[in-house]
Design a protein around this ligand. Structure first.
Ligand code: AHR
Length: 839
């Protein structure tokens, strides 16, 4: 079958200038063929991809307000492998209020999952401990809160404990409630309180547990919940759930992503430690630089699916972790992980009287969940040992034997056993994502395109990279085009989900030592403690989710094409970077093409010259070092007009997973070129170009590994679009930017809703001018009026907490729909037309 596609008119392109032209010389022609039926679109085609990244659950969807509720977070700056809670200190996110002292201890804890207590020692007056939440505790007027905590009185303390909400400004108590007198034994207390109608709306507040007198109190597992979605205890945040419900997701891919793997075996998604009562879950170090409370565990994932009416697509841990460790097929360890995977499936879909179905029922879900897809691992193409073939075969065999009805997803093509689907991932710039529109077209010849042997595709992670922490409108246009390309190939691509879904958009607070809330650059939905917003890409996906057809209707779009001219004199700043690695740079000097010095002997010593787009670097004694705990960070200096130059510097790696990064022709933190020496897990030397935050490799990829502790002499020679890199005087890299390949500027697809007899037409115009279009509906009999929904604006426009609806869809009646009708699509727009059309 020939895939419906785009037809472009190159003849038209040749007679067009660029921005000077206000509109096209001739209208575009869009033909929608109602007489032909394209692929059926699966009912759960549109889904969500989720994991604990960017404070997605803790500090996000999971409505818990107390941060570090079990006092097990490692001290600030120490988050990482083997980092443990410190004892005898005030734990992170807690502080002392009034006349008291507070320190952690391990004395006779509530249970083994809660090994650390926080002891408040009173000194005669009133004192307490305060928690500052996830960038603040949100206080709202007339709102119900439920606080729970374990407490016991020591050293003669038998008084009550007061729980209160206190604003930072003026330490004003907004509301408070008191327990009964404490006993010397641990007891769980629950207090419910409602803020007054006159209470402020603010996140600059703390949750305080206080008492008066003498003696001491031990606290454990301190929790505070505001109202949750559908009022479920320990449940989910209503504003985020509303945004998600509006997307009408058919499935939720959970729990990752890297998060299912963990940085190492000890930190994998060990689901058995994430079920049952929350106070029996120990929590674990997540792979995105912070600890997870695991309050949002497997039962909460299922609650989420249930509340949205979405099916879980369950990702199973498959014996490979992000540090490259793996267990081999046939090993006792893989036997165990395979057994655990089967048990996890039973927990999700087994009858309530099965061993693990019983545990699910005890967690509040007697009804088994509908489970159709399971995924074995995540991104196992990173496992260069080749062990995935065996791991996949072993786990797939065991799953097929016990659950023959399940469809099995592999994370990379395998030959040892046949998967039903392969999970494909792509994160790229807008221009690449536009080109990827035909990735799955029949005969596209794309290396990642249609798979042999009828193996289908799960597009399990994808997103246009551009805009941070959430995408800009240009990214949303490319996202719209990409997902339209997936949908019109829905016979091959059965499911899709954008990633990452969530980002806590709180900025870094250096004074408090808090890193920013997000680790991944471009994310669909943003929020802080009080408010949330959908990005332009969110609006695209919600629009498409709400207007899903049953099958594709083929279209052709004949539209002029624009070729972007190349910059003959590429220019910009120089810089250095670090990617999950501790590095030091010194003696950085820049020399012009004619040999004259553009900088002093060590530009690093000129501290005023440097810009830090993501995290402040330190420059002491002429040595530049990245901030601790920042996964990706770079520093820029020089003059934006510099064109051809050479950069020399010395570099040393102190720890971490990769090597050195040297930047050139950088406009800002999102637009640059860089040489990644020891990238891809310290294995490769390669160049990458970033446009609006979307980064892509180019030029040759050469094996290269950086040794820790050794100083290297690096040199970069930049000449127009070409670059050469030297290590210790030896040429190791030579690359030239790929010329701008032409990209079509307008895209269209269509689908049909059988029950209502409506046609849905989607058109994206990525150009900077209106696209006048003649639309013809071939084989249509009866056409009625409908609606048009348009998302348009400046391509760099974003939504934010301050301007949540800066880019938002606008609906208008579509009154001129007919067998042939005209419509002008605005510059930089996504338009969805929906109207009755009978064949
Ligand atoms: O979506 C963010 C990350 O990208 C996922 O955890 C991982 O699978 C991919 O590399």
């Amino acid at each position: 079958m020939k895939s419906p596609g785009i037809k472009t008119s190159l003849a038209a392109a040749s007679c067009l200038g660029l921005a000077a032209v206000a509109s096209w010389a001739a209208p575009a022609k869009l033909e929608v063929n109602l007489g032909a039926t394209g692929p059926a679109i699966p009912p759960n085609f549109y889904g969500l991809m989720t994991e604990e990244i960017n404070y997605s659950y803790d500090g996000g969807l999971f409505a818990e307000l107390v941060r570090n509720r079990t006092f097990q977070d490692p001290p600030a700056g120490a988050a990482g492998r083997d980092s443990k809670a410190a004892i005898g200190v005030i734990p992170p996110h807690w502080s002392v209020v009034g006349s008291a002292n507070a320190t952690t201890n391990r004395i006779d804890p509530v249970n083994a999952a809660l090994p650390v207590n926080l002891r408040l020692t009173l000194s005669g007056g009133t004192g307490g401990v305060a928690n500052n939440g996830y960038w603040g505790i949100p206080v709202k007027p007339a709102t119900n809160y439920t606080a729970t905590f374990y407490a016991r009185g020591n050293d003669g303390f038998t008084g009550p404990v007061t729980a209160s909400l206190l604003t930072d400004a003026g330490d004003r108590t907004v509301v408070k409630s008191e327990t009964s007198p404490l006993t010397a034994a641990w007891k769980k207390y629950t207090l419910a309180f409602t803020t007054p109608a006159a209470a402020p709306t603010t996140a600059a507040a703390r949750f305080v547990l206080s008492a008066s007198g003498t003696g001491s109190i031990d606290f454990s597992f301190v929790s505070l919940f505001p109202p949750t979605y559908q009022g479920v205890p320990n449940g989910l945040r209503p504003d985020l759930m509303k945004l998600l419900a509006d997307m009408r997701p058919g499935f939720i891919r959970l729990p990752g992503g890297n998060y299912v793997e963990g940085s190492r075996f000890a930190d994998r998604f060990a689901w058995k430690k994430m079920i049952g009562p929350a106070e029996q879950r120990p929590g674990h170090q997540g792979c995105w630089s912070y600890r997870s409370s695991d309050g949002f565990g497997l039962p909460e994932y299922l609650l989420w699916c249930k509340q949205l009416g979405a099916e879980p697509v369950l990702a199973l841990f498959a014996g490979y972790t992000l540090n490259g460790d793996y267990v081999a097929a046939g090993s006792a360890e893989l036997d165990l992980y395979t057994k655990e995977a089967l048990e996890e499936i039973e927990y999700v879909m087994g009858p309530a009287d099965s061993e693990w179905g019983k545990r699910r029922a005890a967690d509040g879900f007697p009804e088994p969940f509908k489970l159709k897809y399971v995924e074995i691992g995540n991104e196992d193409f990173f496992d260069r040992s080749g062990s995935y073939e065996g791991r996949f075969a072993q786990m797939a065999k065991a799953i097929r034997e016990k659950y023959p009805q399940l469809k099995i997803i592999a994370t990379t093509p395998v030959t040892s056993a046949k998967p039903d689907l392969v999970d494909d991932h792509i994160y790229a710039s807008a221009s690449t994502m536009l080109r990827e529109w035909s990735r799955y077209d029949v005969g596209s010849g794309h290396p990642e395109g249609r798979k042999a042997d009828g193996i289908k595709v799960f597009m399990g992670e994808w997103a246009t990279q551009g805009g941070s922490p959430t995408p800009n409108l240009m990214s949303a246009l490319a996202d719209a085009v990409f997902v339209m390309g997936l949908e019109r190939n829905a016979d091959d691509v059965l499911l899709e989900c954008y990633a990452p879904l969530f980002a806590n958009v709180n900025a870094e607070n250096q004074a408090k030592g808090h890193p920013r809330g997000w680790q991944w650059n471009t994310n669909l939905i943003g929020y802080d403690a009080l408010n949330s917003f959908g990005s332009p890409s969110y609006h695209v996906l919600a629009l498409f989710g709400q207007n899903k057809g049953d099958f594709v209707v083929p279209v052709t779009l004949d539209v002029p094409q624009i070729v972007k001219p190349e910059d003959p004199h590429p220019h910009g700043l120089v810089g250095v970077g670090s990617y999950g690695t501790q590095v030091e740079y010194t003696n950085l000097a820049v020399t012009g093409a004619d040999g004259h010095k553009l900088s002093s002997g060590n530009l690093i010593a000129e501290t005023g010259q440097w810009q830090f787009p993501n995290g402040r670097w330190s420059a002491t004694d002429g040595v530049l070092r990245p901030p601790g705990g920042s996964p990706q960070t770079w520093a820029l200096a020089g003059d934006p007009s510099w064109t051809n130059y050479s950069v020399t510097l010395r570099a040393r790696k102190l720890g971490g997973s990769e090597g050195f990064i040297v930047l050139w022709h950088s406009a800002d933190g999102d637009n640059y070129r860089w040489w990644n020496l020891g990238g891809w897990g310290n294995t490769v030397s390669r160049c990458e170009v970033s446009e609006s935050g979307g980064r892509e490799p180019y030029g040759p990829s050469t094996p290269f590994t950086i040794e820790t502790g050794r100083w290297y002499d690096l040199k970069l020679e930049v000449n127009g679009h070409s670059v050469r890199g030297y290590v210790d005087g030896k040429l190791v890299m030579q690359a030239t930017d790929e010329p701008n390949r032409p990209t079509a500027t307008a895209f269209a697809s269509a689908a049909y809703v059988t029950a209502s007899g409506e046609l849905i037409v989607k058109v994206v115009n990525t150009a900077d001018r209106p696209l006048e279009t003649e639309i013809h509906l071939a084989n249509a009999r009866q056409v009625g009026t409908g609606k048009a929904i348009v998302l348009a604006g400046d391509p760099s426009a974003v939504n934010s907490l301050a301007q949540p609806a800066n880019v938002a869809p606008k609906e208008e009646p579509l009154t001129n729909a007919a067998v042939s009708f005209g419509r002008t699509f605005p510059p930089h727009s996504v338009t969805l037309l929906r109207f009755p059309a009978k064949k």
